[in-house]
Design a protein around this ligand. Structure first.
Ligand code: NAD
Length: 542
């Protein structure tokens, strides 16, 4: 096909509001009822086949763990090998397909999510991952749609970036997919991340083996249905459910392993990096290692801060989706002059949160993902109750009889290095340290040196000198830095997302930088009238 095709200019998907009486609310409620009324049997997708192992794991809503939603078929080592083989078998045709056909497939996937699949994908995310309607909408629908549409535009920007050519020659850059297969290893907490990690690599012409988190399989299965409906050919994305170590053992020993696209915890990423390092001599090509990992995200308020802005940044930043965002505010530094006023606002608002199942739309906070997370959080809360440097300002209770419910909790500590100021808890627990309002600079040093992570953070202040000081002093403390806002809620195309230090390779999901990791450049130089003698002029006699 001849033509330099222009792709549609991406615009962020509008977030629907699900207000009472709205069309989207009715469609979502219907989709929730429909999903709850049946028990799905979820296969693996390897090449053209739906594969069942008959070794199944139950999927239950975290907020209603006695209700069976689905069973999925666990993969063993052979399924991992089959998925790799299926991906390699699909590679030649996929990488030869013109880029505009690939673009069309993923633009179609975006439109399927925006239209006929929106309610189904949101309902699956609400039930499988315990997200309320709004949290599901901004993740599963809007962010996934944005990833797909913006990435298509970024892909064309990359392909358009060509070198200059001097007289008599023509230089070209070809953006080849990587030689081998990509492993997409995805987390539980965002359906959009689960979908983006395999699809971004596939969009650039790669073939993929995708392993989601066991607690996100329910919505991953809907994403796979959408990818297939959009026209992703068999074998280009293969969805399997092995244990992490079983998959790692086969994948990181495979000569054709070309890269990992990972989002998850820091410890898992570090173990992956070590395995790849130990096996480096076995690969045909140096694998790309892209990982976005944990965070211990901060909010620091200055004495000039507006108390209502601080309160809202903390209430939304710490407790939306039960604090299970890598970007959730989980440590806050509050100046002494605003503390009393802020304290009463926080206690009042957190006590008023509705906590409960996602099917009741009045609930702002739902359950945490699983029993392991519930037990871990309960343990941190009990330890804080016993510690003389801590006080539980609000919350501190939990109940697992029906779902994994941790009531939103605020710990106030006199020890800025207390464990819950340093470690990622991944739940609705915020720790606050109140500092002397005259020690802003010293407190910035504490913020910078307290955690191994550097994902997100916020400064809240009216004083411009304070904003500038914090922006400079905390320049390595966060890959996404916010001024007078909560530290979460990055939007594709507007705030490319990712952190440094232990938080990851900072390859910025939802940007051109990320897509560049999934191509290997070939430079082509063509000379039109090549020389036919080897001698240069300087060699001639004067
Ligand atoms: P996780 O590390 O437990 O799991 C991620 C994936 O790795 C899952 O598919 C899991 O099955 C697999 N896995 C687990 N143990 C493994 C092992 N030993 N070997 C190989 N694979 C293994 O993470 P999670 O609980 O699903 O997600 C939460 C974490 O992800 C948090 O730390 C959060 O901060 C992080 N996160 C980061 C970002 C970001 O952009 N920086 C975004 C979302 C989540």
């Amino acid at each position: 096909m001849n033509g330099f095709f222009k792709v549609p200019t991406p615009i962020n998907e509008t977030v629907l509001n699900y207000a009472p009486g709205s069309k989207e609310r009715k469609e979502l409620k219907d989709a929730l009822n429909e999903a709850r009324a049946k028990v799905l049997d979820i296969p693996m997708y390897i090449g053209a086949d739906e594969v069942r192992s008959n070794n199944t794991i139950d999927i239950t809503p975290p907020h209603d763990h006695k209700h069976l939603l689905a069973k999925f078929h666990v993969s063993d080592a052979n399924h991992v090998t089959d998925a790799i083989n299926a991906s390699l078998a699909a590679k030649a045709s996929w990488e030869a397909l013109s880029w505009e056909q690939r673009a069309a497939i993923f633009l179609k996937a975006a439109d399927l999510i925006a239209g006929p699949y929106r309610a189904k994908l949101n309902a699956a995310t609400m039930l499988g991952q315990s997200k309320n309607a709004f949290q599901a909408e901004i993740d599963a629908a809007c962010e996934m749609i944005d990833f797909l549409r913006f990435n298509v535009a970024f892909m064309t920007q990359i392909y358009n970036d060509q070198p200059s050519s001097s007289k008599g020659i023509w230089n070209r850059i070809e953006y080849r997919p990587l030689e081998g297969f990509i492993y997409a290893l995805t987390p539980f907490n965002f359906t959009a991340i689960a979908g983006n990690l395999p699809s971004s690599a596939a969009m650039m012409g790669n073939v993929v083996v995708w392993k989601p988190s066991n607690t996100q399989v329910y919505a991953a299965n809907v994403l796979m249905e959408i990818f297939k409906k959009a026209g992703v050919p068999n074998g280009v994305i293969n969805l399997i459910y092995p244990s992490g170590p079983i998959a790692a053992d086969i994948i990181f020993n495979h000569a054709d392993f070309a890269g990992i696209h990972f989002t998850g915890s820091t410890s898992v990423f570090q173990s992956i990096w070590k395995s790849i390092g130990n096996n480096i001599h076995k690969y045909k090509t140096y694998p790309r290692i892209v990982g976005e990992t944990g965070g211990k995200d901060f909010v620091i308020a200055h004495r000039s801060a507006d108390v209502d802005i601080v309160a809202t940044a903390l209430l939304r930043g710490a407790f939306e989706y039960q604090g299970q965002k890598c970007s959730a505010a989980s440590r806050a530094y509050i100046p002494s002059n605003i503390w009393n006023e802020l304290k009463s606002k926080l206690v009042k608002e957190v006590s008023a949160f509705n906590v409960g199942p996602v099917e009741d739309f009045r609930n702002f906070v739902n359950a945490v993902i699983d029993e392991k997370s519930f037990d871990k959080l309960a343990n941190y809360i009990e330890e804080a109750k016993k510690d003389s440097s801590c006080e539980i300002l609000v919350g501190g209770t939990y109940d697992k009889s029906k779902g994994w419910f941790i009531n939103p909790t605020i710990i106030v500590t006199q020890n800025p290095k207390y464990v819950t100021m340093c470690e990622e808890l991944f739940g609705p627990v915020l720790t606050i340290y109140v500092y002397d309002e005259n020690k802003f600079d010293e407190t910035l040093d504490i913020v910078n040196s307290t955690s191994e992570y550097a994902l997100t953070g916020a400064i809240i202040a009216q004083d411009r000198y304070a904003i500038e000081t914090a922006t400079w002093k905390l320049r390595n403390s966060a890959g996404n830095f916010y001024i007078n806002d909560k530290p979460s809620g990055a939007v594709v195309g507007q705030q490319p997302f990712g952190g440094a230090r232990a938080s990851g390779t900072n390859d910025k999901a939802g940007s051109m930088i990320n897509l560049l990791r999934w191509v290997s450049l070939r430079t082509i130089k063509e000379t039109f009238v090549p020389p036919t003698k080897y001698e240069y002029d300087f060699m001639k006699e004067a």
